[in-house]
Structure formats: C-alpha cells, structure tokens
Design a binder for this molecule. Structure first.
Ligand SMILES: [Zn+2]
Length: 77
C-alpha cells in the first residue's frame, strides 16, 4: 500500500489519492488555458499564483496540489 503524497490517505498505486489526482487533472487543464491567456507562464509561476491568490476559485483540493507541486518545483534548481 502507498500513501497520497499530499493528504497521506492510503492508496493502491501512484502518488496521489483519487481526489487529488482529479484536482491535478483540473490544474493541468487550467494551466493550458492560462498559458493561452497570459502567453508565457511557467508551471512554477502558475502554482505560485494559485497559492498566493486565495480569490482564484480552484477549490481546496486543487490548491493543496498546487502547494505540493510548487514545493517540488522549488526543490529542483
Ligand atoms: Zn490526497
């Protein structure tokens, strides 16, 4: 058994529970929309915006996913 990297829920496989996996899919879709709207936008900038601006209506699940991936992006360099 594994754990969701975000909420530690027990999962069968992968790294995210179902709710967070769905939220991530929505985030990816929205990222493509935003890229079209803003022009140049890195994933990191995108996650940062979502985390910083609590008025963006993406929902708690998606915001947790954004926070997690922002941390991952910050680890990279
Ligand atoms: Zn989860």
């Amino acid at each position: 058994m594994k754990q969701c990297v975000i909420c530690k829920a027990t999962i069968e496989k992968g790294t995210l529970c179902e709710a967070h996996a769905i939220a991530k899919t929505h985030l990816e879709e929205k990222y493509q929309e935003w890229k079209r709207a803003f022009g140049k936008l890195t994933k990191k900038e995108y996650y940062q915006k979502l985390v910083d601006d609590s008025n963006i209506p993406i929902g708690d699940w998606a915001r947790e996913v954004a926070e997690y991936f922002l941390k991952e992006e910050n680890k990279k360099r």
